[in-house]
Design a protein around this ligand. Structure first.
Ligand SMILES: *Cc1c(COP(=O)(O)O)cnc(C)c1O
Length: 465
């Protein structure tokens, strides 16, 4: 690239420089942001000037002004929500995807994007232990992945009931009964709302938040008509997995469509030591997962996987009601996702997988779970810490006696800034939730996390003594 004299060079070089500075800062910076959005709107806003600014100056200004309002989410010391970091190959590829600027909706128009995403999809099906002939769509996140899978389910259930959804819409259609575990992720309800299916029936869950199959059976027996069941791989608080073989057997005996929300949990299938957690999940009809969580590609990247290609392409394609033979062959990318125009967000997935290899994916997922286990073990050794969940995967939920203490310790940890962890509520208690989702979280970070919790607890106690 020539320097400075072309339209892009200076701006891209500024972006590289600022990106590198940001990534370098992650090892040491206070994890939380130093400014609030209110503080920053003044810096970025005001009336839009009449005259513009050269591209490189825009990038410089932006990087400097944004700095205090950035959260060190890609740091190995960030344990909030379930937020993955970014693998180097995935980040660099994401830049390339922007430079290529391909509208990845059509196979013939952007053949490289289509081919790369198809290959990434095939790799994913293998890694996640899902049927090899499933359709794979690259969406913005698990919310949309779940929406997409459940949209295919809605289409199939209504077609099987003799209802033409594409022609007649939902009004007057047979009611689809939707069932979810009591501890499903709230975005599953959101997807059902987008689909016009209303609020789901919450089914009893056990101490770890796993759906109870007998309760699902009873709930399904309580009515008749088409049914959609959404199971979960990876509970936000406990990391637990629904008992797929039993739950899917029950759902099937009632003719239900089964979707699995595996936003971060489906990846357990890629690690030999964790694979038992997802056993049986491959018998479902559709699955939603994220690449921006456990796989560590940049936002935004979710993956919708549907075995019944005709149902998916009917729900998401441009032509109404696909005949089965239309759904043979790879199909166009746009037929598998809600949108038409789309960035090639599956390409960073390909790059992440190519850079890791099968062993690398297994090591990454296994490493996250091992770090979570290490943190849980360290915390169990601190007087006054209760580890509330059975730590089998990447999530650790803890409390410190009463809710007020737990909230105070959480605030203290965030204020101290050595790590960042979410406060939440689980099983009628305030909790501190620690989620390990970043490939960079290493032994040092595990020790830092344990120390940060221990010293925050000591400080809260000290301030009361
Ligand atoms: C994060 C998450 C979602 C929502 O995913 P987005 O990528 O934020 O849209 C859904 N389900 C579970 C279990 C999650 O952890």
């Amino acid at each position: 690239m020539s320097h400075g004299d072309d339209a892009y060079g200076a701006a891209l070089e500024a972006a590289v420089r600022h990106s590198a500075a940001w990534l370098d800062s992650l090892a040491h910076r206070h994890v939380g942001p130093a400014a609030e959005a209110y503080d920053l709107t003044g810096v970025f806003g005001g009336s839009l000037p009449r005259e513009g600014m050269p591209a490189a100056e825009v990038v410089d200004f932006l990087a400097r002004a944004a700095e205090p309002g950035l959260m060190a989410m890609p740091s190995g010391r960030f344990f909030g929500w379930v937020i993955g970091g970014t693998l180097p190959a995935a980040l660099a590829t994401d830049w390339l995807v922007s430079a290529w600027d391909q509208n990845a909706g059509l196979r013939y128009a952007t053949p490289a994007m289509a081919a790369i995403e198809e290959c990434a999809g095939a790799w994913l099906l293998k890694l996640l232990g899902l049927p090899g002939d499933s359709d794979v769509g690259f969406v913005t996140g698990a919310t949309m992945a779940n929406f997409t899978g459940m949209a295919a389910g809605r289409w199939r259930l209504l077609a099987d009931a003799g209802w033409d959804l594409d022609r007649d819409g939902l009004a007057g259609a047979p009611r689809i009964r939707c069932f979810v575990g009591r501890e499903r992720h709230d975005t599953v309800d959101l997807g059902l709302r987008y689909l016009g299916l209303g609020a789901p029936v919450p089914v009893e869950a056990d101490q770890q938040g796993r759906l109870v199959p007998e309760a699902l059976d009873a709930a399904l027996r309580a009515g008749t008509g088409p049914a959609l069941v959404c199971l979960q791989a990876g509970n936000l608080h406990s990391g637990a997995f629904d008992p797929f073989p039993e739950a899917i057997r029950v759902a099937r005996s009632h003719g239900a469509w089964v979707h699995v929300d595996g936003a971060f949990g489906l990846w357990a299938a890629a690690a030999p030591g964790l694979r038992h957690l997802t056993a049986g999940a491959g018998e479902a009809d559709s699955w939603g997962t994220d690449a921006h969580k456990t796989l560590n590609v940049p936002y935004d990247c979710g993956i919708a996987i549907v075995r019944d290609a005709a149902a998916l392409r009917s729900a998401m394609g441009l032509h109404a009601s696909y005949l089965v033979h239309d759904a043979e062959g790879p199909g166009d990318p746009f037929e598998k996702v809600p949108e038409l125009s789309r960035r090639a967000r599956g390409v960073p997935v390909w790059a992440a997988l190519k850079s890791l290899g099968r062993d690398g994916v297994a090591a990454q997922v296994g490493g996250l779970a091992a770090a979570a286990a290490g943190i849980a073990e360290g915390l169990r050794g601190i007087d006054g810490v209760e580890v509330l969940n059975d730590v089998q995967y990447t999530q650790v939920s803890v409390a410190f006696g009463d809710d007020a203490t737990t909230r105070a310790v959480t605030a203290r940890i965030i204020g101290d800034g050595k790590v960042w962890m979410s406060g939440s509520r689980w099983r009628d208690r305030d909790i501190l939730r620690i989620s390990v989702s970043n490939w960079r979280t290493a032994g040092d970070d595990v020790a830092t996390a344990v120390d940060a919790v221990g010293s925050a607890l000591a400080a809260v106690r000290g301030s009361r003594a």
